[in-house]
Design a protein around this ligand. Sequence first.
Ligand code: PEP
Ligand code: MG
Length: 574
Amino acid sequence: MTQHVSGIAASDGIAQAKAYMLVEPDLTVEKTTVSDTDNEKQRLTKAIDEAKEQLGKIRSIAAESLGEEEAQVFDAHVMVLSDPDLIDQANAVINDEKTNAEYAFKQVTDTFISMFEAMEDNAYMQERAADIRDVRKRVLARLLNVTLPSPATIDKEVIIVAEDLTPSDTAQLNKQYVKAFVTNIGGRTSHSAIMARSLEIPAIVGTKNITELVSEGDQLIVDGLEGDVYINPSEEEQDRYQNKADEFDTLRKEWDRLKDEPSLTKDGKHVELAANIGTPKDLEGVKNNGGEAVGLYRTEFLYMDSTELPSEDEQYESYKQVLEGMDNKPVVVRTMDIGGDKELPYLELPKEMNPFLGYRAIRVSLDQDSIFRTQLRALLRASVHGTLRIMFPMIATLQEFRDAKAILDEERANLENDGVDISDSIQVGIMIEIPAAAVLADQFAKEVDFFSIGTNDLIQYTMAADRMNEQVSYLYQPYNPSILRLVKNVIDAAHKEGKWAGMCGEMAGDQTAVPILLGLGLDEFSMSATSILKTRSLLKTLDSVEMAELAEKAVTDCSTSEEVVELVESYLNK
Ligand code: PEP
Ligand code: MG
């Protein structure tokens, strides 16, 4: 019988395929006493050889489907398994303790891992510890006779089912075969969800227990429009969803025709529809979806995709590529936003009780200013290749903005002294993600060139509800009048000082929010590239003067999120 599970619709589209469980098997090891130690040593050698062979295969598949760079991690893994020290020491434990191979191997790798992890300020050693953890799983799985998932080798159409997907898991997914994903945890604004939208594959997150309900190979339907998953659906259901997928495709084709059109409302008002990107590779999506600008370049992926801090030149190349790729259209680059749910193994960020309220983003940049300066220099140097706007994340106080701006000015002066060419029209703005900044927007507006409202965080901080926690995901309420009032305050403050206000949180591409945001006077809407065309299509049906009246009602008369939704829907269905 079909089982139905619902979760949070995180990325549009409908997919049907078999489930691929990206779930770690139980690799618990028991210590047993053996009499035939030679046999245990042979078992270990065999398991290591097989793991190496398997890694070789994975490497070649990964190189083909994902590229040589992504595949190189597997070379490091083979190297670990070829280390004679590791094998000799494991054999010694088997001999000395007359114990089983899996126990000996676990014991020895534990020692290696603790040793490498103890060298806390050595990124290379930290990486080696991670490599050992990874290959150990492979060897133990062979010894225990269980199968490990390996997403890089997927070579037929599947839907991934997982507890959560880390950015590195997602980087290994080949879009040609991975048709959708469904996870236990996460919300609409968790990074796996954002990644799914940039990959343009349907995704459902926050189902709580999908990994318990689905088994490898089950047939699944994922409806990313509604947030529904069907496990082993009937033929009739499969047909029904095929029709729904076809209808969605037709709609997509209609939107596609708007690719080269300007974003105009029914009464001819232009607003800017921009895209959020994470890497220069995402530019293709921006172009395919008719993005008029990049409204948010999340530069932290540059840091996360690397095993050490990216150099000034490396960063310069990426920024230049994006600026040139956008042909003088504006590119808002956000300085590094590490911390929160985005960790950097080589930058020892402290483990915190409340990482979202802790040491992240501009707080790290101002504290470790040499990292910040490197990034700013790379940006300033790249500025001559297009229209650069620099944006600081997580600003809470004016002092933070002033300090960040002062460092930027210092680096500009240093570069100019060295005779480096820098654009003289770089706008410098801030993200409004913290209620304190939203409330004090009138003061900020006097000093910044622009605001970009980061509702993913602004909502979590206003509602005091962790954006990663699906237990409290009902509090992600973009239409709540409290949020709308903050947004209005920010837009009005910007306009009063002749500045512009944009939004780069997920709310900017939310079809129920767009009419209100238009009515509130938002100048720039920055969203997942895949939401641009449907938003352009919606804008064509909206009158900006009527929307101003609608927004006014929402902000002053409505007392709940539901009332706002009702108000917008009654207008849209009129
Ligand atoms: C936001 O907080 O709305 C935002 C766009 O930033 P991020 O999602 O990267 O935290
Ligand atoms: Mg944010």
